[in-house]
Design a protein around this ligand. Structure first.
Ligand code: C2E
Ligand code: MG
Ligand code: MG
Length: 470
């Protein structure tokens, strides 16, 4: 009886305790669920979902200040994983999140999206103030990486979309714009902070348009090859030619390569275009030879994507064989900037091309990344001096000294030197004096259509014949 009374008295207490425990467990589990939904498992910071919810709240506040949404990534982050291992890669990502969090003010946000991609929402009174803050962030990132003992020069990139207080746009659209700016940064190798401009979106749409038009345009024979003659510096006689593509988008519109090559390079389609041009050059050489012309070697530009393809040497060789073109009539030009990344693999490809019988030229030497070591390492037969040596630098005493030294070194390495962009007699005379092999530029000829070049070949032949009969 006593027990019954006791139980009756205690029963509500037990019930309350049980309920409270259950409630606490439920609360904990709910909190855990919320945390899992909002927290990034890798870095422990906010994830994209949380960022979007909070950013939307901040940006929809009618009394808000000017903000900027920033898309961030580290260029070639994979290299860190490869060089220092995945655990260190993860450490770096956590470090980045930590630096961002440390730099946030009240009502600002940061989040890890995936891989090396992050988002930030920062106040932006004006661009210079924001740039200053981002520079501080870069310094902190550098220090953090050093602190971890990782000896690697981090290359951060920021795509920035300003969100003025008086403009109402959904957060997803602001983020899209920041990502577009980030991509523009990566593509154009611009400085690490790039502000979104409407032009970039237009560019993106034009790019898409162009990409879709490549194959129909090839079928339609809209890509035409122009030939720019090269002349021997000493004798001023025809030495060779460079094949340069143009896009005839309408009967009276000829688009220069600078406007479409970078687009096709970006999505890898340049490979198809390069092959198309190579085939066209082989076809033209065949016609000229069948016409009994004395042909001179033609150089064709080869993009980096194409060069990295291990089968390019065999494919180009078989293409030349189809038209019966001896390989000493073909040269391949690879632009120097191609070697900014993955130089080791490019070097292997160049060796394969050399072994297959193609002469190689390094194009635009001196424009960006050239190192003299490169000339030793890469198996090339010709160095094409970038036209900035003659025009961009100014053709003063200093410029002349640099050209003279570079040409001297190349000749010591037994390379042919072709100077691009020769526009005046004075430049030609100087290049002769320093020992340049050949020159290419408006002084002699602009790039010309095939029919004109074929006529030039005939004319050159006639001149030669008349000299030999005298
Ligand atoms: P590049 O291979 O360095 O070609 C030389 C460029 O310099 C040509 O421009 C030519 O017209 C220009 N040039 C030649 N002499 C002079 C001069 O005296 N003064 C000035 N101001 N310019 C001169 P273009 O034809 O617009 O070609 C630009 C670039 O497009 C080429 O530079 C090459 O990198 C690329 N390209 C052209 N055709 C092809 C192609 O079939 N495949 C690939 N991958 N790239 C190509
Ligand atoms: Mg070239
Ligand atoms: Mg060039």
């Amino acid at each position: 009886m006593k027990l019954k009374h006791w139980f009756r008295a205690v029963h509500p207490l037990i019930l309350a305790a049980c309920l409270s425990t259950m409630w606490n467990l439920r609360k904990k589990s709910l909190l855990r669920q919320v945390r899992l939904q909002n927290e990034d498992a890798l870095t422990g910071g906010a994830n994209e979902r949380q960022f979007m919810i909070q950013a939307r709240r901040f940006l929809e506040n009618t009394e808000r200040k000017n903000y900027a949404v920033i898309a961030f990534h580290v260029k070639e982050f994979g290299v860190i994983n490869e060089m220092f291992g995945y655990p260190n890669g993860t450490k770096v990502l956590r470090g980045i999140q930590w630096v961002f969090t440390e730099n946030l003010k009240k009502d600002e946000l940061s989040a890890h999206v995936y891989a090396d991609r992050f988002l930030l929402l920062l106040f932006c009174r004006n661009r210079s103030e924001l740039n200053k803050r981002l520079r501080c962030i870069c310094t902190d990132l550098k220090k953090t990486i050093e602190f971890y003992g990782i000896r690697y020069e981090l290359s951060p990139a920021f795509g920035i979309c300003e969100c003025p207080a008086d403009t109402v746009v959904d957060i997803q659209e602001w983020v899209n714009r920041a990502v577009i700016a980030l991509k523009a940064e990566t593509h154009l190798c611009r400085p690490p902070f790039v502000f979104y401009e409407d032009r970039m979106r237009i560019d993106k749409m034009t790019l898409k348009n162009m990409e879709d038009r490549l194959e129909p345009a090839m079928k339609n024979h809209e890509f035409v090859v122009y030939y720019q003659p090269k002349y021997s510096a000493e004798s001023e006689t025809l030495y060779g030619a460079e094949a340069l593509v143009r896009w005839r988008t309408a009967p009276d519109t000829l688009v220069p390569p600078g406007e479409f090559i970078p687009v096709f390079e970006q999505d890898g389609k340049i490979e198809k275009l390069d092959r198309y041009i190579f085939r066209q050059v082989c076809r033209d050489l065949r016609h000229w030879m069948d016409d009994g012309k004395n042909v001179v070697p033609v150089s064709v530009n080869l993009s980096r994507v194409n060069l990295l393809n291990p089968s390019v040497a065999a494919e180009y060789r078989s293409e030349a064989a189809t038209f019966g073109i001896p390989l000493n009539l073909l040269e391949l030009e690879v632009t120097e900037s191609a070697f900014a990344q993955d130089a080791g693999n490019l070097e292997k490809s160049m060796k394969r091309l050399n072994a297959a019988g193609f002469a190689l030229a390094i194009d635009d030497f001196g424009s960006e990344y050239s190192s003299l070591k490169m000339l030793y390492d890469i198996p090339v037969q010709t160095m094409k001096l970038d036209r900035d040596f003659l025009n961009g630098l100014g053709f003063g005493q200093r410029g002349k000294e640099v050209i003279s030294a570079v040409v001297g070194l190349a000749r010591q390495l037994h390379l042919q030197v072709v100077a691009e962009g020769v526009e005046t007699k004075e430049q030609l005379e100087f290049l002769k004096q320093v020992g340049c092999t050949a020159v290419q530029g408006y002084y002699f000829s602009k790039p010309i259509p095939e029919s004109q070049y074929a006529a030039l070949l005939s004319e050159t032949q006639k001149k030669k014949e008349s000299v030999s009969t005298v």
